[in-house]
Write a protein of this length. Structure first.
Length: 493
């Protein structure tokens, strides 16, 4: 019997997402339950959006949770490299093979032509898709144009009618009509593969037997299935896991819920509780108990116990579960965990330079620096009254700054200042007009240490969380305002 091999294949393009940990957990449990292996592969073919920092954060966040992998970029293994950007030499051969077999074709269409085709299709109320223009070029003509150095991509052919049956271990046979599928680009003009080609080639070469991925990928499953068929490869067993949702049932998003694993670490959640909660997302123990460890989950794991109703990721429920875990810790371990969380020398050293000059006795430290050890801070609307600005202007400024900070990747004082300044100037204001709004949002106090230093020390997760709470207190934008404000945000690019 072949060994079960599963994988998680995150793209390192942002904060380490709880959804990544959730899918990783189920892949890990599935592999372990069958005595198999769990692999971590980095899908970084989007060179513009991928970064090594983000990759490292994914490793750190998964390890913090207690998720370990048997093979991966940092631990090695017999099927490496495990980073797609280091496998560039592999994909072209497979793309060429598909072209040679007539399953794919080079496409020379310009962006302008594609835009025009799309606009015409939209005007006719058709689903926009590639019109097959280059599919009919002769092999000689295509070769000549490639030899002449003409820019091109490689697209796969897809059937234009009938349905594709996607066999899902949870849903059974899911039927998806072929006319919804586009002639997917497999190789980009820069010679790098897209997700579709790289994912199929790598899953095959890495011997992956079961793919558990998020439900958001189900609509594109037919393209992957077709590629396996074109290559003549055995397709892995598929499981499309239900998506995590906000309490209002919308797809979990950082605008409504913190989604970065580092946020939960910074808030002082226990990794065991966090993993336990992720294990409760759509899954339950045979005896329905709420509190269980990873080892217990593996012992009792059964993929058929995943229920398809969208699991709700609810901060209150998670906090409750965390409380259960906290209270059951031996008191020495509790003290050690608190110390490691924020009473550690590294964190105190960050704070010390900003408080030393402001206190006369150590006992004044807690009132001054308490906000470094808090999640949210107590807020009152009166703290945001501004002598020059109307209430709606205050809301707008805070929201714009929050949106900009949500996209900020390099979190330091200079970058934070530049953003606040940019938003202020865009609104015809000075930095010093806007700082009195940031101050209470972050510190919850009328005076404390410099707020820009505080934001750098608190880090992106807690700073954004506090700004979001201030926006919510003062009134989140209505639908109409959101539209208008997002236009302003676009001007700030
Ligand atoms: N790179 C994809 C992602 O970021 C992988 C999806 C899959 O599991 O195939 O989610």
């Amino acid at each position: 019997m072949t060994t079960v091999r599963t994988r998680i294949a995150p793209s390192p393009t942002g904060d380490p997402h709880v959804g990544t940990a959730y899918i990783a957990l189920f892949n890990l449990c599935f592999a372990r339950q069958h005595g198999g292996q769990f692999i971590l592969r980095i899908e970084d073919t989007d060179q513009l959006r991928s970064s090594r920092e983000s990759e490292q954060q994914i490793f750190d966040a998964l390890r913090w949770l207690g998720i370990e992998w048997d093979e991966g970029p940092d631990v090695g293994g017999p099927h490496g490299p495990y980073r797609q950007s280091e496998r560039g030499h592999i994909y072209k051969k497979y793309s060429d093979e598909l072209v040679a077999k007539g399953h794919a074709f080079p496409c020379f269409c310009s962006a302008e032509r594609l835009d025009q085709v799309r606009a015409e299709q939209q005007a006719r109320k058709e689903t926009p898709r590639y019109d097959g223009h280059c599919m009919h070029l002769s092999a000689e003509e295509a070769e000549q144009r490639i030899a002449a150095g003409e820019s091109h991509v490689v697209r796969m052919k897809v059937p234009s009618e009938g349905v594709c049956v996607v066999p899902d271990l949870l849903r059974g046979a899911v039927e998806i009509p072929w006319d919804r599928m586009d002639m997917q680009v497999l190789m980009k003009a820069d010679g790098l593969p897209t997700y579709f080609l790289a994912n199929v080639v790598d899953d095959h070469l890495m011997g992956i037997t079961h793919v558990l991925r998020g439900e958001e990928w189900l609509p594109s499953a037919p393209k992957l299935i077709k590629l396996y068929e074109y290559f003549g490869w055995e397709q892995p067993q598929l499981v499309y896991m239900p998506l995590l949702r906000n309490p209002d049932k919308s797809k979990l998003s950082k605008r409504k819920n913190p989604t970065s694993i580092t946020f939960y670490e910074r808030m002082g959640f226990l990794p065991e509780a966090m993993l336990n909660y992720l294990g409760r997302m759509g899954w339950s123990m045979p005896d329905e108990r709420e509190k269980f460890s990873l080892a217990e989950m593996i012992e009792h794991f059964d993929i058929q116990r995943v229920s398809l109703g969208g699991p709700i990721f609810d901060l209150e429920k998670l906090s409750w579960l965390n409380g259960q875990w906290l209270r059951e810790l031996p008191v020495e371990r509790f003290a050690a965990e608190v110390q490691q969380w924020a009473l550690n020398p590294q964190y105190l050293m960050k704070i010390a330079p900003h408080v030393q000059g402001r206190i006369e006795t150590f006992s004044q430290l807690a009132p001054l620096a308490g906000m470094f050890f808090m999640g949210g801070v107590p807020l009152q609307a009166s703290l945001f009254e501004h002598k020059k600005l109307q209430a709606d202007q205050v809301r707008l400024l805070l929201q714009l700054i929050l949106w900009k900070l949500e996209a900020l990747r390099q979190w330091n004082k200079d970058k934070i200042t530049a953003i606040i300044q940019q938003v202020a100037e865009h609104q015809g204001l000075k930095l010093r007009d806007v700082m009195p709004l940031i101050f209470p949002a972050i510190t919850g106090q009328a005076s404390s240490v410099s707020v820009l230093d505080a934001m750098e020390i608190l880090g992106p997760d807690l700073s954004r969380f506090r700004l979001r709470q201030a926006v919510e207190l003062l009134g989140s934008p209505s639908k109409k305002e959101s539209k208008e404000w997002e236009k302003l945000l676009a001007e700030l690019k």
